[in-house]
Design a protein around this ligand. Structure first.
Ligand SMILES: Cc1cc2nc3c(=O)[nH]c(=O)nc-3n(C[C@H](O)[C@H](O)[C@H](O)COP(=O)(O)OP(=O)(O)OC[C@H]3O[C@@H](n4cnc5c(N)ncnc54)[C@H](O)[C@@H]3O)c2cc1C
Length: 550
């Protein structure tokens, strides 16, 4: 692996031939793709040093795979389809669950130390809504960290992979209808973006949690890849489906630390300020009801002013859940004596850039995998521990597709594109103000419960924000937020994680949302009477987006 510092970006661009594959994102999906592409030359872009700024490293549960005695991929696929509330593609579920064992073997070959039983077999855990024990973990709740550490070590030994750390992609570049590279800036840097050419571009930028005020995701999970693809003209699928984790600790930390389902599994109770358990009245499964049901229960207690708390006084939190215990003590809470305040938090994006079975997007030259993609696996709701699995299965598929194509690539030559371009520079205080406004609008109006009115309010705020010049990162966030809010406005039913108080039941037959950015802009303009992005068209990045999409 070659490390290149961000301030070397320009010389690097000269060294990079157009026959290189660009992988945008250094989480599980990005690194797995890069490794599977070896020995094809790959450059990975990551806004932070490898291992930081990715949800993958934060995964606490594990990876689902039907590899235990008596379990079968068909059963795993059936559980996945049941969770997806009518929108999971059965063929995708079949493929992902049946390739799970091979991908776990790949991870073992990269050195992931999955937990084992005394007889040496992989230890398999049970998780809610899985009909069998099929979750592989590391050290209990450290799967994400361990998987990423093993992959980063393997990447370091792989000479075909170059890593550009502290570099963020801001814009895809298309020529003759094909994605041929991108513009990238130093993370947090303003002023200029450099062109990097790529024969194939793989988006692996993760999720969108930071579009919401309360989230479990790292700050880099802010819809950058989704927005870049949309602005280049790609089809986006089901963006309205956002999974809210019901129990994030509400201890004034951003991102909010997660109180894992296992704590409720061990007997943690959800209570309001008066100490009343509220879940049994909502669902007979109580605290162990599906995530979306518990998230709505928690949301309603908070909205009614009664507050929501996790009562673990009967548990030995310090011994059994040391990470959660540390969060409490750092916040000045003694969990042995008092219930812990909690709130639902944006956690996972089921929607994303629409891809086929090979991970191809609707744009030639652009692939997507991991949380940024919508493959059809999760439908309207994600089954726990299926996202890391989907990331590795589709990363391998993307790599296989690109590798099969590569020998047939004709010479590409130099791409006509300015070496660098100017990007808007915005005062940090103004940027922070807009960011806060965006995240609050999404949390208040596009959250656990939605109505036409709340979504109209959100779209109106987002359109206003979009008309103010902003950095490329914030402009991309606004784009992603408009896609989500517009699709949520148009889905006049409640299904899976999408709850419309004004349309409380599901329509008989599930349908997917497939939309382009111009569809979303049209919806926002119709609903609010204002046109998104208009006012900035003369000043910055969106002018180029319009040029490039054509
Ligand atoms: C707290 C937590 C616990 C979880 N637990 C589990 C679990 O137990 N099991 C499970 O299956 N799933 C779990 N998930 C979900 C799972 O972790 C993610 O869905 C998965 O890791 C996504 O992998 P990814 O590679 O697509 O994205 P990420 O791991 O988030 O990586 C995305 C990468 O893209 C980079 N990036 C973003 N924007 C840009 C840009 N513009 N330019 C360049 N790079 C960019 C990011 O910095 C990062 O390096 C959990 C998520 C969280 C937040």
């Amino acid at each position: 692996m070659n490390h290149t510092r961000a301030n070397d970006l320009l010389p690097f661009r000269r060294r990079t031939g157009p026959d290189r594959v660009l992988v945008v994102g250094g989480g599980l999906a990005g690194l797995f793709t890069a490794l599977r592409l070896a020995p094809l030359p790959v450059t990975v872009l990551t806004p932070k040093p490898l291992g930081e700024g990715s949800s993958s490293a934060w995964a606490q549960g594990g990876i689902a795979a039907a590899i235990g005695a008596g379990d079968h991929a068909d059963a795993h696929a059936a559980d996945t389809i049941a969770a997806g509330a009518g929108l999971t593609d059965p063929e995708v579920a079949r493929v992902v669950t049946s390739e799970a064992g091979d991908r776990i073997r790949d991870l073992l070959s990269y050195g992931v130390p999955f937990d084992r039983e005394l007889d040496g077999k992989l230890r398999l855990s049970q998780e809610a809504a899985h009909s069998a024990r099929r979750i592989v973990r590391v050290d209990g709740d450290r799967a994400g960290k361990a998987v990423m550490a093993a992959l980063i070590a393997t990447v370091a030994k792989t000479p075909s992979i170059s890593v550009l750390e502290n570099v963020e992609a801001v814009e895809l570049v298309k020529r003759d209808g094909r994605v041929v590279g991108l513009y990238a800036t130093r993370s947090g840097g303003h002023g200029r973006a450099s062109f990097l050419a790529g024969r194939a571009v793989v988006l692996a930028t993760g999720g969108i949690g930071h579009l919401f005020r309360v989230t479990t995701n790292p700050a880099e999970a802010r819809g950058g890849g989704l927005a870049m693809a949309a602005r280049a003209g790609a089809i986006i699928a089901d963006p309205e489906f956002v999974q809210f984790h019901p129990t994030a600790f509400d201890v004034s930390r951003d991102p909010a630390p997660l109180a894992s389902e296992a704590i409720r599994g061990d007997g943690g109770r959800l209570v309001n300020r008066d100490g009343e358990r509220f879940m049994p009245a909502i669902d007979p499964r109580g605290e162990l009801a599906p995530r979306d049901v518990v998230a709505r229960g928690v949301h309603r207690e908070i909205a009614a002013g009664r507050g929501a708390f996790l009562d673990v006084r009967a548990l030995d939190l310090a011994h059994n859940f040391p990470t959660a215990y540390d969060v409490c003590t750092e916040a000045g809470i003694d969990p042995a004596k008092q219930p812990i305040p909690i709130a639902p938090a944006a956690h996972y994006h089921m929607g994303g850039v629409s891809t086929d079975m090979r991970g191809r997007t609707s744009l030639t030259g652009l692939w997507a995998c991991g949380e940024v993609a919508c493959t059809g696996l999760h439908g309207a709701n994600r089954l726990a521990s299926n996202s890391l699995l989907e990331a590795v299965v589709f990363a391998a598929r993307v790599a296989a597709d690109i590798a099969a194509d590569a020998p047939h690539w004709p010479a590409m030559g130099e791409i006509e594109a300015p070496e660098t371009i100017a990007v808007p520079v915005v005062a940090p205080a103004e940027e922070a103000r807009l960011l806060k406004r965006l995240r609050e609008a999404m949390a208040a109006h596009v959250g656990v419960e939605r109505t036409a009115e709340t979504l109209k309010t959100a779209l109106s705020s987002l359109v206003d924000i979009s008309r103010i010049p902003a950095s490329p990162a914030l402009a991309n966030m606004t784009t992603a937020a408009i896609l989500i809010a517009a699709a949520a406005h148009e889905r006049r039913e409640s299904r899976g994680a999408h709850c419309r108080l004004d349309f409380p039941s599901a329509k008989e037959k599930g349908r997917h949302t497939f939309m382009t950015l111009s569809d979303a802009v049209g919806i926002a303009a119709r609903v609010t009477g204002k046109t998104p992005f208009d006012a900035v068209d003369a000043s910055g990045v969106r002018v180029r987006a319009a040029d490039l999409a054509g």
